[in-house]
Design a protein around this ligand. Structure first.
Ligand code: FEO
Length: 167
């Protein structure tokens, strides 16, 4: 069984992951409209990853005999100033998600729920990667500093991103 508090924390996290998915889908549409197919692809893969994160939590609650309570997904922004602005927000958002996952871990520790603590380790490691990849692309965009050639090359590179399955 899973305690009410852990169940609530994970249900909230499912909502946060789905909100993230929704925001990255919105960013994908933004980049598509701006003519950046590679940035749009990167964001679309990010959308798929966030859905997988939500489902990993979803399956875990079910596996522990808990109850899923899906909540409304808040509205997401739909426009950004430029690529740097969107990736700045992406990086900031991933830092927020990391803090949220730490918050779920705090609840699991307080509830002496060792299984959930072990399960959450995957997300803690994943967040290191999530922050690093957003920060890496942001740094490169800032270095390019609006140069058309540089943006074109980076956009082409991001077109090659594919979805990695998660265990
Ligand atoms: Fe599900 Fe990007 O963290």
């Amino acid at each position: 069984m899973i305690s009410e508090k852990v169940q609530k924390a994970i249900n909230d996290q499912i909502n946060a992951e789905l909100w993230s998915a929704y925001m990255y889908l919105s960013m994908s549409a933004y980049f598509q409209n701006e003519g950046f197919a590679g940035f749009a692809n990167w964001m679309r893969i990010q959308f798929e990853e966030e859905k997988m994160h939500a489902l990993k939590f979803f399956d875990y609650v079910n596996e522990r005999g808990g109850k899923i309570e899906l909540q409304p997904i808040d509205k997401v922004p739909h426009t950004w100033k430029d690529a740097a602005d969107a990736f700045r927000e992406t990086y900031k958002h991933e830092q927020v998600v990391t803090a949220l996952i730490y918050g779920v871990m705090d609840v699991a520790i307080a509830e002496k729920d060792y299984a959930t603590q072990s399960f959450l380790k995957w997300f803690i490691d994943e967040q290191v990667e999530e922050e690093a990849s957003a920060s890496d692309i942001l740094t490169r965009i800032e270095m390019i500093n609006g140069n058309g050639n540089g943006l074109f090359m980076l956009d082409r590179e991001l077109l090659t991103r594919t979805l990695d399955p998660i265990e």
